[in-house]
Design a protein around this ligand. Structure first.
Ligand code: 2AM
Ligand code: CA
Length: 278
């Protein structure tokens, strides 16, 4: 006979194993990156366009993550930056869980031997992200979040900054739009905002930018032309740490309509700045 308390225990066990599974997968994927970093001369390179790099390590890490998920959760769907969508199969009428993978976010940094890159993986059910994990192996920074349970950096709880004035803030942004060769770009926003804030950082990984908002290393982040896999894990980590994440109009149509993240007070000021023509 299954009593409610047993169901609770079972759910706890299920969640525990899923987050542990995610954590170990991230750390193992990070090791693959570090091994490749150690042999910089052998990082074979391909180009999606002249500015958009993909190394064989991006593919190797994605293959590793997919195989790990498939061997444990063979029915789950997967959406990876390098391999696209592979549908899963639903179990007795339930929606198919989806894993969203960015094997290396910050590939340019990875290729150039810089530390700001990471492996980013989100777990979704019914289109809602329930778990996100991001691991920056050179920095040994592991960010994990579960919906409703807070966000953690190396197992310590994290929180957004309390900065509420633009002039006191340090922000991060990026220029995915330039690399994608798009006409509309972030430079007008950059030119408008940078004189109003204390300083700006450009780490080159949207996933890590969101994590750094989450732990208060930067006060805010905005960027345009990102994809779901760049931000899926970072969004739940930032939100669980108290960030408000929105598009440039303050709505939910991110990343298509731009994305910004900050504590609620600063996010309102950022919407004022970004909800203007570029
Ligand atoms: P990537 O390293 O996985 O390519 C940097 O501004 C951020 O933009 C990174 O998170 C980078 O992810 C992302 N990005 C996504 N698509 C891009 C594209 N087509 N061109 C450039 N950067 C892109
Ligand atoms: Ca990416």
């Amino acid at each position: 006979m299954l009593y409610p308390k047993h169901i609770g225990q079972l759910l706890y066990f299920w969640n525990y194993t899923l987050i542990e599974f995610l954590k170990e997968m991230l750390q193992d994927a990070g090791r693959i990156c570090l091994e490749a970093n150690a042999d910089q001369n052998r990082l074979n390179l391909e180009f999606k366009n002249p500015k958009d790099l993909v190394t064989e390590t991006d593919k190797k890490v994605e293959d590793f993550v997919i195989n790990r998920i498939r061997s444990r959760y063979p029915l789950h769907a997967i959406f990876g930056e390098e391999t696209g969508k592979s549908p899963g199969r639903s179990e007795s009428g339930h929606a198919t869980p989806l894993w969203v993978i960015d094997p290396i976010d910050g590939t340019t940094s990875f290729f150039h031997g810089q530390p700001f890159y990471c492996v980013s993986i989100a777990y979704q059910e019914n289109g809602t992200t329930l778990m996100g994990g991001i691991y920056a192996p050179v920095l040994d920074q592991l960010f994990l979040a579960e919906k409703g349970k807070g966000a953690f950096l190396n197992h310590c709880p994290i929180r957004v900054s309390s900065c509420s004035r633009l002039i006191d803030s340090v922000m991060a942004t990026g220029f995915a739009c330039l690399r994608a060769g798009l006409k509309e770009n972030n430079l007008p926003h950059f030119n408008r905002i940078v004189p109003k804030i204390r300083d700006i950082r450009r780490f080159g990984s949207a996933a890590l930018d969101l994590c750094y908002v989450a732990c208060g290393k930067v006060d805010g982040f905005w960027e345009m032309e990102l994809n779901l896999y760049d931000i899926a894990a970072g969004v739940i980590i930032a939100r669980e740490a108290g960030a408000l994440v929105s598009d440039f109009s303050g709505g939910n149509r991110f990343p298509e309509k731009g994305i910004l993240a900050a504590n609620p007070a600063l996010a309102t000021l950022m919407v004022d700045q970004l909800n203007q023509r570029p």
